[in-house]
Design a protein around this ligand. Sequence first.
Ligand code: 1PR
Length: 521
Amino acid sequence: MQVLFQSSSEGTVPGLGIIPSKVDLFSTEDKTVPHMGWNSVHLLDAPHGADAADEGLDEALHYYFVHSYRAAYDPEREPDAARWAHSVTQYGREVFVATVRKDNVFGCQFHPEKSGDAGMRLLDTWLRQPATSARPCPSPTPSPRVPFPPAPRDSFTKRIIACMDVRANDQGDLVVTKGDQYDVREKQHPTGATKEGSPSPPSPTTTASPLASSATVTATVAGAVRNLGKPVALAARYYAAGADELALLNITSFRHSPLQDQPMLAVVRAAASNVFIPLTIGGGIRDTVDPDGTPRPALEVAGAYFRAGADKVSIGSEAVYAVERLRASAGADVDAEVRRGDGSSAIERIAHAYGRQAVVVSVDPKRVYVDASTYDGPRKDEVILGSGDEEGKAWWYQCTVSGGREARDLSVVELARGAEVLGAGEILLNSIDRDGTGRGFDLDLVNLVRRNVSIPVVASSGAGNVQHFVDVFEKTGVEAALAAGIFHRGEVRIEEVKESLDTHGINARKTKPSPWGKDVE
Ligand code: 1PR
């Protein structure tokens, strides 16, 4: 859609100039940028009585947006451009063009192919009625449009993300696993129940391929990798259940992850052909070398995942090393607001090629307990004083690499800020202390990171019930919440989470049953 405009402050190359207006960066005054997530559209009155609703858009549904630049909707100052506007969306206080329409040209700012059933409906309408419902535009005497003043609150929703930690089990099959504080090996035999009250798994399926259609949970053996199902089948299940986004993390990729013969690529390809919501892929996004000695730069690895159907790549360990280098090169100026990388890190290279919205930095922090009365270390400004059942304790958050195995001399605040400077578009904030515990998100950690960056933050680790999602959205300004274990074990359904958010007045995307839903069951 943006290429139809005259120009964009995103770059210096002119647009096609068909729409007489320019595209600009969102203001960050009242919101996080990128605008990343699900929002609704407001259909404008079409000239000459054409019915915008016939064009496949539905004001009751949400569409997936992910962008930092937008075409403002300003009918008074730019009536010629506004004549193209077909629907608008509000983010924060800004109202911008969501779709444009003239004759048989239709462009949209959101991603219909990632907008679940709502997007499928739109695409279906376009394909069925290519030019027959063309608008007779431009009108010689433009009809006045109903102005769309910013509402007190936008319709941007909080996102619920289902995460699949994927690794090969001891038989070499790629399975969805789940750790307790990152330990993914079974501790007991032979019940298979990983937690009291969790469903007993059915028969063992130790030889199935990662692309098998069954999401079956397998029987367990002490010491074996915990197996909670097949990634593609689980992805399809969560899509049908109304997940807003999915994350697939290859959790052992730090060991060895040649691009050649990478089974995760096949998983992503298979998932993306059935699942029409955003997919984040993580693990092993770094410079690597294939067994035949061919170097594979991180940008090429990321590109392979994008071509397979990923929308975002998530970078863990490499982000820590990149921020360490950034801080070392900044020297005494390390805390200055304006710092820039040298362009060499994977974050910078991928963000430059694909846009910052395509780069997530996955953070694996761990608490370091200190004595608050005597601690005078470099992270004293980041020390959290415990309350409630943690009264009397104090700690700061240290970053780790290699799946939590190695702690680094970097705090979570330093990493998050550095990642934003380098060009990350989102922070996926795990907590090793809370992972798999079901004790709820670490709200201190989430608040700490949320107030230190202006990009979206995804809270992860510790969700044990629906109230934990309500708490994290009500008590922090976080944009999204991610869970794994409770969804995999069937203890909490995504639908229940959405209903509970709705009950508490928290914007959540509602899904409607549709013919497209059947494709993924
Ligand atoms: O370092 O770029 O190769 O990326 C490796 C990625 O793998 C990182 O994103 C890292 O977080 C992840 N990872 C590595 N080891 C583990 C492990 O569990 N042993 N998993 C791991 C991280 C955290 C979340 C989890 C939430 C929610 N798992 O993905 O899903 O904590 O869990 P819960 O709801 O059950 O509490 P690189």
